[in-house]
Design a protein around this ligand. Structure first.
Ligand SMILES: [Zn+2]
Length: 90
């Protein structure tokens, strides 16, 4: 069965950061979401902007945990705008 110490996982690799947006060592805001995979006993985490297009799948067993919304462009537009606003406040 699953190991005790591993109870969370990223749904995928981190997104590439543009140096012009955020230089190294600068904090930035990223909206994240997550869902539990009960089969694997883990919490799966991913950026909202990724979930908007692909939904959220468990990286271990491939189970679909969250469905992508019907209007992904609107989700992504809103998330990116809010991330910009939040990042400016950091
Ligand atoms: Zn799973």
């Amino acid at each position: 069965m699953e190991q005790e110490e591993q109870q969370t996982a990223w749904a995928g690799a981190p997104e590439r950061i543009d140096f012009d947006d955020y230089p190294p060592n600068s904090p930035f805001a990223k909206q994240m979401t997550w869902a539990p995979c009960e089969a694997c006993g883990i919490q799966v985490h991913a950026p909202v902007t990724q979930v908007a297009y692909r939904g959220l799948a468990c990286p271990r067993c491939g189970a679909a945990l969250l469905a992508a919304p019907d209007d992904p462009e609107e989700w992504v537009r809103r998330a990116l705008r809010e991330e910009d606003e939040f990042s400016e406040q950091l």
